[in-house]
Design a protein around this ligand. Structure first.
Ligand SMILES: CC(C)(COP(=O)(O)OP(=O)(O)OC[C@H]1O[C@@H](n2cnc3c(N)ncnc32)[C@H](O)[C@@H]1OP(=O)(O)O)[C@@H](O)C(=O)NCCC(=O)NCCS
Length: 155
């Protein structure tokens, strides 16, 4: 973790910033989330917060999908805070939580596979994942011809 940021579970007061990080992410295919969804899924989120002013500069969520399957999603680090290891730390926090919960297979859908491959994820065919995984995709304007690939990590 970069010394100027603190990694912690999200709090209700972070929701507006998380919403803004997801909506305003200009690069990378990150689905915006409604406030309703963010409030109800708050416990899924980790955030990176500036140690000085407490400002939230990154977020990531672990969403349980099925028996022994969870998704890492909603990963964003604001531009000025990138390259300091925060993205890695946020994903690792989610992986650690998955282990705590007894979930040993983690997947992600992304158009940035190289970042996740560096963290140890392996590319798999989309068809190898259960259909439930595609629930979010059905409402996406790009479905089914998007650039996202599926990656998996077995813990
Ligand atoms: C992807 C993202 C979260 C990375 O955050 P970050 O804090 O800069 O990442 P880190 O500093 O932890 O980088 C970890 C490693 O991944 C590498 N990396 C970072 N971004 C990368 C990218 N886009 N492609 C390939 N490798 C990348 C870093 O060089 C680093 O490698 P190292 O450990 O050998 O030095 C950030 O660029 C971002 O928010 N992008 C826009 C949203 C997005 O693409 N989300 C994920 C896909 S859905």
């Amino acid at each position: 973790m970069a010394s100027d940021s603190l990694l912690r579970k999200a709090r209700i007061q972070d929701v507006k910033t998380i919403h803004s990080l997801l909506v305003n992410c200009q690069d990378g295919l990150v689905l915006p989330r409604s406030f309703s969804e963010l409030y109800s899924r708050l416990r899924e989120f980790y955030v990176a917060a500036d140690k000085g002013d407490g400002r939230v500069v990154g977020c990531c969520a672990l969403s349980i999908c099925w028996e022994n399957l969870a998704e890492v999603r909603s990963l964003v680090v604001e531009r000025d805070s990138r390259g300091k290891g925060l993205g890695r730390q946020l994903v690792e926090a989610c992986l650690s939580e998955a282990l705590t919960l007894g979930i040993y297979r983690i997947f992600t859908l992304t158009d940035r596979p190289q970042f996740f491959i560096k963290l140890g994820f392996k590319e798999v065919s989309k068809e190898s994942l259960p259909q439930k995984v595609w629930a979010d995709c059905l409402n996406c304007p790009k479905f089914p011809d998007c650039d996202e690939v599926a990656l998996v990590m077995d813990l």
